[in-house]
Design a binder for this molecule. Structure first.
Ligand SMILES: [Zn+2]
Length: 471
């Protein structure tokens, strides 16, 4: 196991190795290619193949040892964290001076083959699937996508003893039943429906036990484990069935200020710790039963929960909680992220937690009002604020441009009136809540502002990141 002293040096020195031009939240293929080109002097950088959109998929190799390690990142285009960590690692290995013994040990004992960004088309568009809309990680058997074929061919040719399957998990998981999201989740993928164990899988478990120990030093109580649910169409399970020791690492989330950048650093450190212990096989002494002691991932989070609101329907009052999720999307033309939202549950959400949680006891659900823009006014941030204060949530406008689906203003636009008065499951999250003291909350596209915010906050754009444009 990496000794604490080396780990501390790595933590302290990390800013030196970190590739500053790469952001862990979004990486364009062209930015990756630029970084890889710089690596050609010290690494074997080869073209592994082309994506369905004819983008290059590269393979980078390091070391000349007898133990073979395959790593692939970003088979889901909207999961870039580990790609950024891989670039940091390549920087680290390249540096001649620092922590020389560790580098020498890894280089002499391992041959590491890395496919960074297996799904460059999805990475550009920030979508999970590839350009034809297929989830590459459900294509391990049928092999319809060129990206899946590339990964399968590389595995067949290379025959790695260890395979690292790098992902970002969605932000709705908690560590067991605690109200805390994991920073990292692990899985030693099962190769059958019984969750059976063979020698390859035992090694995966032993290795994860070690990585969990390292993680608990870096960030205590931040690990979770996926359930043994067999998915034969996924690559982790498939390679596990072929006898390789597969380690799934899912980057979670952190409420620390730098969010994914912090998780990127954990990826960097965990991969180095894994290489170190694979190089001397010391992980083999770990007790695999500790693998099952890592708390299981539970999907019991929302982006936003509005609790104890009063719903008046059929002349009766009901106390309801509303659970809302937001989907982050990338606007290629505008070069910015925007969100769409949906109401996922209504009722008793007392067993759930959320990134943002409001108690709306005493507040009744009211429909938002529609403002008819008969005079074709061009709205500013301030005029929208005045509309929100009066309970308007939609501007009915004869919009010229039909290509835009979102607005940077904190109010929705629509070409015609929507007929939904009350929140409903599967619908976009737009409504308002008011109480008898004339206090109110406005919910726009899954973002909420209070009457206090509307009166006091100079800028609402942190509260309502964007509203939508409806037909
Ligand atoms: Zn994924």
């Amino acid at each position: 196991m990496l000794d604490k002293e080396t780990l501390k040096i790595l933590v302290d020195k990390y800013p030196v190795f970190k590739v500053k031009d790469i952001n862990a939240n979004y990486i364009k293929p062209i930015d990756l290619y630029k970084e890889l080109r710089k690596k050609e002097a010290n690494y074997t950088v080869e073209l592994a193949g082309k994506s369905i959109g004819k983008r290059d998929i590269f393979k980078v190799s390091y070391g000349s040892g007898k133990t073979k390690v395959l790593i692939w990142t970003q088979m889901h285009g909207d999961e870039p964290t580990s790609t950024s960590a891989i670039l940091d690692l390549l920087n680290f290995f390249e540096d001649k001076d620092d922590i020389h013994n560790l580098k020498k040990k890894i280089k002499e004992n391992l041959t590491i083959s890395i496919i960074p960004m297996l799904n460059p088309d999805g990475a550009e568009l920030f979508t999970r699937e590839n350009l034809i809309g297929i989830d590459i990680n459900r294509d391990a058997l049928r092999l319809q996508t060129p990206e899946a074929k590339i990964l399968k061919e590389e595995f067949d040719k290379f025959e790695p003893q260890f395979a690292f399957n790098m992902h970002d998990q969605n932000c709705y998981y908690t560590i067991g039943n605690r109200d805390k999201m994991p920073a990292i989740s692990f899985l030693a993928p099962p190769f059958d429906y019984h969750g059976s164990i063979n020698s390859g899988r035992i090694k995966s478990m032993k290795l994860i036990v070690e990585l969990n120990q390292i993680l608990s030093i870096l960030q205590p109580d931040s690990a979770a484990r996926y359930k043994d649910e067999h998915e034969p169409r996924s690559f982790g399970d498939h390679f596990s069935s072929r006898g390789s020791s597969v380690i799934l690492i899912e980057s979670g989330n952190s409420i620390e200020a730098d969010g994914k950048e912090f998780i990127r650093k954990l990826n960097f450190l965990l991969l180095l710790a894994a290489f170190d212990t694979i190089a001397d096989y010391s992980f083999i002494n770990n007790d695999e039963s500790h693998y099952y002691a890592i708390p299981e991932n539970k999907e019991r989070m929302f982006d936003l929960i509005l609790r104890n609101a009063t719903l008046e329907k059929f002349n009766q009052s009901f106390t309801v909680d509303i659970g809302i999720k937001r989907t982050k999307k990338y606007d290629i033309n505008g070069e910015r992220f925007y969100y769409t939202s949906s109401i996922e549950e209504i009722g008793d959400l007392s067993t759930y937690t959320a990134w943002e949680d409001y108690n709306l006891e005493g507040f009744s659900i009211q429909p938002l009002k529609y403002f008819y823009n008969e005079n074709s006014v061009v709205f500013s941030y301030n005029s929208v604020r005045e509309l929100l204060k009066k309970g308007y949530g939609f501007i009915i406008d004869n919009l010229q441009s039909d290509s835009m689906v979102y607005t940077t203003l904190p109010i929705n636009f629509a070409r015609s009136i929507k007929s939904i008065d009350y929140p409903a499951i599967g619908q976009p999250a737009n409504t308002m809540f008011s109480n008898e003291s004339n206090e109110y909350y406005i919910l726009i596209n899954g973002f909420i502002v209070s009457s206090k915010d509307l009166n006091c906050l100079p800028n609402l754009s942190n509260k309502i990141k964007n509203a939508l444009i409806f037909d």
